[in-house]
Design a binder for this molecule. Sequence first.
Ligand code: NAD
Ligand code: LMR
Length: 338
Amino acid sequence: VCWRQIHRCMSQGSSRGGSPGKGGPKRKVAVLGAAGGIGQPLGLLMKLSPLVTDLALFDIAGTPGVACDLSHVNTQAKVEGFAGDGELGKALTGCDLVIIPAGVPRKPGMTRDDLFKINAGIVKNLCKAIAEHCPKALVNIISNPVNSTVPIAAEVFKQAGTYDKAKLFGVTTLDVVRARTFYAAKKGIPVEGVDLPVVGGHAGITILPLFSQATPKMDMTEKEIDTLTKRTQDGGTEVVQAKAGKGSATLSMAYAGALFAEACLKGLNGQKNVIECSYVESTITDIPFFSSKVRLGPKGIAEVLGLGKLTAYEKKALDDMAKELKASIRNGIEFVKK
Ligand code: NAD
Ligand code: LMR
């Protein structure tokens, strides 16, 4: 039942914009890190998406098997597996959208920043290849620490002369997915109709759910807001601890990554009013990369939307995150400049 629901849900989504399947635009999507914990279920969800016509699965190893497995699913996307750096160019050529979940995940006791040492270099090299082989593709970065890996990608593209701020996204959709789930459960309402923005970045106190803007609007006490804010901020750690050394969120991340990728494809296909939160180059605060609602269009970001009216609690949280978020951005930029 579940896959049918997912498939129906994704089909309904796509039928609202940019017709899928027959006659729809050709769209090539690459997943880099496709044999991993996120990459495999994300590959499946992309294979189920009627908006995807070609699916390139790249990893350092293991992708021929994953690609063969997924290629038997009777949906339209043509699947190809690519393994090792020598095949990266082929995987990327002709891509409209590149999704990057490549890199190491956290273990209990680690922060996302502890992943910088390994993942910064991985993202840098993958982005160099994107600049060379598909410079006009939209890029969705999942690899942590997102607060730094997105500035790393921007800097690599700047150095290559291909940077377009409308095409680079840090995927923060999992924070939105979590905040929706926790809010609906707390207020005892169906989660399907729930929405709210999550702004800032993607680590600890830089994650700021705006419960004051949640719909449907429900009364919340200050204590409830504080508890749900902290639970959203610690959602990743909750999963890391529950997995007890076997990695971090993979299935919920694949779901969130697929939601965001589909939103990008709908925008490319000309669907109107596609709005999602994402960590992007931004001028809505004095923090140069910031997650907020963005309107997606045929060229990527059509508009970065403002924060709306904030409560005193939210304003303070915004002030509190600024120093950490700016430092993470600086680290990313300096890493590439060095
Ligand atoms: P994983 O270890 O299960 O998979 C990572 C994959 O990346 C592996 O298959 C590995 O071979 C591959 N890889 C490593 N170097 C590569 C390279 N140079 N090119 C291509 N592939 C390469 O890890 P995971 O659980 O899938 O998590 C991946 C990343 O996503 C981690 O950094 C994690 O912190 C992050 N993450 C982000 C969010 C978010 O909300 N943005 C959520 C969950 C996880
Ligand atoms: C998450 O939010 O689940 C991811 O960023 C993974 C992590 O390390 O918490």
